[in-house]
Design a binder for this molecule. Structure first.
Ligand code: IMP
Ligand code: MG
Length: 185
């Protein structure tokens, strides 16, 4: 199996949790459609799997791109929208789909700007949460896994644009030579 370091969450564990989250979301919303607003690029795999696991309503999938990290492991603290929605979300049920919440800077900013567009409801689902790192508080309704303060890659998550294609989530090894071992990109 290609690995970027120590395995943290296997593909099977991720898929099981995604199905549980989808069942919870299906149960919580009385009627459709639901707008899944996915934050590129990291959430692309999660939104693909989550959307397929939602069975009870119509689902619209929209993408936004936000940059706060560049190619580094630590947040620049500066957030900007690099690709905005091309639909009007006013009066709709909106669920922001994120890969991971770290400092919370990205999501608190995104939540604020989407709230101004007056959706009927606005909630957040994140696959991963690193609560120890939180700087900006943000209300998150659905969390896949709470993880310790370690840098993870795979299942959409990258380090300098590498490793997004892995099916598992791994803790990035600090040694560059170990990091690249066995990875086919
Ligand atoms: P925040 O604004 O600090 O919450 O940053 C959230 C964004 O930083 C995520 O959407 C990811 O793109 C990136 N990020 C934070 N932690 C990690 C990690 O462990 N691995 C990969 N990307 C991460
Ligand atoms: Mg991201």
């Amino acid at each position: 199996m290609p690995s970027a370091g120590r395995l943290l969450l296997s593909s099977e564990q991720i898929q099981k949790r995604v199905r549980e989250l989808a069942a919870q979301i299906d149960a919580d919303y009385a009627d459709g459609p639901i707008y899944l607003i996915s934050v590129l690029k990291g959430a692309f795999m999660f939104v693909a799997d989550l959307s397929r696991a939602l069975k009870k309503r119509s689902v619209r999938i929209e993408f936004m791109a936000i940059s706060s990290y560049g190619n580094q492991k630590t947040s620049s603290g500066q957030v900007k929208v690099t690709h905005d929605l091309d639909v009007n979300i006013e009066g709709h049920n909106v669920l922001i789909v994120e890969d991971i919440i770290d400092s919370g800077v990205t999501l608190s900013y995104l939540r604020r700007i989407l709230e101004q567009r007056r959706p009927k409801s606005l909630e957040i689902v994140t696959l991963l949460d690193k609560p120890e790192r939180r700087v900006a508080p943000v209300a998150v309704k659905y969390v896949g896994f709470r993880i310790p303060d370690q840098f993870v890659v795979g299942y959409g998550l990258d380090y300098a644009e590498d490793y997004r294609n892995l099916s598992d989530i791994c803790v990035l090894s600090s040694e560059p030579e170990l990091r690249l071992e066995g990875v086919s990109l």
